[in-house]
Design a protein around this ligand. Structure first.
Ligand code: ADP
Ligand code: MG
Length: 346
């Protein structure tokens, strides 16, 4: 005489949950309560993901600030990175006509390259300069919160562009709540060390890993898992898909790429980090309810079944089938009511 324990999560493969989450598979939801570490991609999850050009610096007389933006925007019109959007917006603000490009190529996690008007142009990260033994220019100045890309023309540094993004207002509270629930938060980003440190410090995160290439993201998740952590990963890019797949719970950010959303078990529709926290707390609360309900349901079986079978018949106690049915219904109702009390503090 089994009793169905009402499950809060339906069996469909795709179901909309409250709180801006799309839970694509039930295991991902059920696993969420076991999470011990959450790895956050920076851009678009902890930050707004809207880069604005804050500085344009020319390093050669032939290339003034407008020329730096003109060349960079030629490449960026082919890219979907938030950095590209910021640079293109600047070109628009300055009424610059964006030239055509040929041989465009994205250098994964490092930047972009192409030919513009016969010149070989690159727009790349500080990490790319280091790897190719190109010296960071003297007097280079960008503050710790700025993302910087260098513009290289025919193998010579022509200038750089600094961009700033804002930390999401909800991010600090999300990290704080995670901490209160003994869940570690780690920042994982392809951006430079200084920016990563500054975001991680401002939000009070446990640690940060910067200048990681896309394939290294996967390795970092594996490292955490082999240290016994139950890892959730949030990310938005095509680059993040392998890491989302290997994580115990993969959480794709809604505004990101389709591939990321396909790989992950959960999609953060509003890209709000607080939704991740709510999900975990909801998962934990659901689990507690399930246990309570199991106890209620089992309690019924343990007591009523022997009575119905006539264990206390000699003492004059026998549960009639009709009374048994009533009791069974009562216990179902108790379980259902208990489940309906499930709420998550916001
Ligand atoms: P994340 O997803 O953590 O922001 P990415 O792998 O997308 O990291 O990018 C890492 C770095 O590579 C950026 O911070 C930037 O320096 C450089 N980069 C990536 N794409 C572009 C682009 N379209 N234009 C210029 N630089 C880029
Ligand atoms: Mg990314």
């Amino acid at each position: 005489m089994g009793l169905a324990v009402p499950l809060v999560v339906a069996k469909s493969t795709a179901l909309s949950a409250k709180n801006g989450l799309l839970i694509k598979n039930r295991t991902a939801f059920e696993n969420s309560r076991k999470i011990t570490t959450i790895v956050f991609d920076k851009t678009g999850t902890l930050t707004v993901g809207r880069f604005e050009v804050s500085k344009i610096v020319s390093l050669q007389k032939e290339f003034n600030e407008n020329e730096i933006i003109r060349l960079a925007s030629a490449l960026e019109q082919k890219s979907e990175h938030p950095i590209a959007t910021g640079i293109l917006q600047k070109a628009k603000d300055l009424s610059i006509t964006v030239p055509e490009t040929e041989n465009f190529n994205a250098i994964t996690g490092k930047g972009v390259e192409a030919t513009v008007e016969g010149e070989k142009i690159l727009v790349v990260s500080p990490g790319y300069l280091k790897e190719n033994n190109l010296a960071i220019p003297e007097g280079f100045n960008a503050n710790d919160t700025e993302t910087v890309v260098f513009v290289i023309v025919n193998n010579e540094l022509a200038g750089y562009i600094a961009l700033s993004d804002e930390i999401r207002p909800e991010a600090a509270e999300a990290i704080k709540t995670l901490k209160e629930n003994n869940i570690k938060s780690i920042l994982l980003t392809g951006d430079n060390n200084k920016v990563a440190k500054s975001v991680s410090d401002v939000l009070g995160m446990d640690s940060f890993i910067a200048e990681v290439l896309p394939h290294q993201k996967l390795e970092k998740i594996k490292d955490l898992q082999s240290n016994g952590e139950f890892v959730a990963m949030t990310g938005d890019g095509v680059n993040d898909a392998p890491a989302l797949a290997i994580a115990d719970v993969g959480i794709a950010v809604g505004s990101g790429s389709d591939i990321a959303a396909e790989t992950a078990g959960i999609v953060l529709v509003n890209s709000n980090p607080k939704d991740v926290v709510n999900l975990i707390l909801f998962g934990k609360a659901t689990y507690r309810k399930m246990i309570q309900n199991l106890i209620w349901a089992t309690g019924y079986n343990v007591i009523a079944l022997p009575l119905a079978a006539g264990v206390l018949y000699k003492q004059g106690i026998l549960l009639s089938p009709a009374a048994g049915a009533v009791l069974m219904t009562v216990s179902t109702v108790v379980v259902a009511i208990n489940a309906s009390f499930l709420k998550v503090k916001k």
